[in-house]
Design a protein around this ligand. Structure first.
Ligand code: P1T
Length: 385
């Protein structure tokens, strides 16, 4: 089966009990047993729930993996992966990351003795150079949040393999429609399903997809033992969103291409970060089937110009998150990456004039017009300065 068909059918057979064509929301905490320990495969919804199983099966299928696990958020999914580490272990991670992932590394796992070394993810050799005898896991985002930098998945997978490390890829920005890290040698794929996978800004959820049986067993054990599972209704909403992932991603991609191009040509814009216009374009072409719907750019000026731009937009909402059908704008320094200390932000290029767009699937001309008028408003501030 091809991607579009799997998104609609994998794990989503007609309901065995009733024939319901669409997977029902099994809104139940527990399952009645015929005798002690005799049941129909489900006993308690933290351990397993049929609606969640359908989603987990579908996600595994789309990432070309053997096993999927769904969690209460993207960060809960990341936590479940990190649970396989022990005090003293080292993680090597890309230095451009979602601020919440950085916070999880620095303020939850680092105090437990799990240390993270950050490297420039665009430089594959940097991963090899950072490895100590304590290294256990390489963790990357590609494209990264918020600077849309790329890391070479195949190259880093080779480094991980040579050194006996596990390799996890947060595939939230690209989605399996555009990039399939397990096919390129990664061991673990992580998602914030809150974003493109669910796609309608109405669910917070996460997922982990793996091939290896033992790894699956460990993470599934943690899922049940720690309990941050995705509930039945959120699993169902995510399944519903997933059915249109392919067609949504095509439109996100088409709209973002048009917007990135127009930003690049605009005198009020200094730089544009977008895989399709990046110095890493060849790598993007090699490992991605499309560039996605995310763009970040530096506006001429500083905080005031950026603020004027984000508050002048009429169609784009000023909001955290990304990947929904509606366009969003965010200001990383004070929103998604506020948990990264100011000096670290500066070092990493998350400056006061950086703006991030999650380009939705509205009409491209409407979006271009909206950006044009907001840039004109921002230019007025520059004139005053
Ligand atoms: O919000 P949550 O579902 O827990 O997912 C965390 C997460 C993980 N990985 C990436 C790449 C992410 O972008 C996120 C969440 N990001 C935002 C909320 C944001 O606006 O960037």
């Amino acid at each position: 089966m091809k991607f579009e068909t799997k998104a609609i059918h994998a794990g989503q057979e007609a309901d065995k009990a009733t024939g319901a064509t669409i997977v029902p929301i099994y809104q139940t905490s527990t399952f009645t047993q015929d005798a002690i320990g005799v049941h129909k495969g489900y006993d308690y919804s933290r351990s397993e729930n049929p609606t969640r199983t359908a989603l987990e099966t579908a996600l595994a299928s789309l990432e070309n993996g053997n096993h999927g696990l769904a969690f209460a958020s993207g960060l809960a999914a990341a936590t479940a992966v990190l649970s396989i580490l022990k005090p003293g272990d080292q993680i090597i991670a890309t230095d451009d990351l979602y601020g919440g992932t950085y916070r999880l590394f620095e303020h939850v796992f680092s105090p437990l003795g799990i240390n993270v070394t950050y490297v420039d993810g665009t430089n594959t050799d940097a991963f090899a150079e950072a490895i100590t005898e304590k290294a256990k896991l390489i963790w990357i985002e590609t494209p990264t949040n918020p600077l849309l930098k790329l890391a070479d998945i195949e190259g880093i997978a080779a480094v991980a393999k040579q050194n006996g490390l596990l390799f996890a890829v947060d595939n939230t920005f690209a989605t399996p429609y555009f990039q399939q890290p397990l096919n390129l040698g990664a061991n673990i794929v992580v998602h914030s399903v809150t974003k493109y996978i669910a796609g309608h800004s109405d669910v917070v959820g996460g997922a982990v997809i793996v091939n290896d049986e033992k790894l699956h067993e460990k993470i599934k054990f943690y899922q049940n033992a720690a309990g941050a599972i995705l509930g039945p209704f959120d699993s169902w909403l995510t399944l519903r969103g997933l059915k249109t992932l392919a067609i949504r991603m095509q439109k996100h991609d088409e709209n973002a291409k048009a917007i990135a191009k127009s930003l690049l040509e605009h005198p009020q814009v200094l730089t544009v970060n977008y895989p399709g216009l990046s110095p890493q374009y060849q790598l993007a072409k090699k490992q991605m089937k499309g560039f996605g719907g995310m763009i970040s750019f530096k506006i001429k000026g500083g905080y005031e110009e950026a603020e004027k731009f984000v508050t002048s937009l009429k169609i784009f909402s000023l909001a955290e998150s990304l990947g929904g059908v509606e366009s969003l704008v965010s200001y990383p320094a004070a929103m998604t990456h506020a948990s990264v200390p100011p000096e670290e932000r500066k070092k990493r290029g998350i400056t006061d004039n950086l703006i991030r767009l999650s380009v939705g699937i509205e009409n491209a001309e409407d979006l271009l017009e909206d950006i044009e008028q907001a840039l004109a408003q921002s230019a007025q501030i520059s004139l005053v300065h």
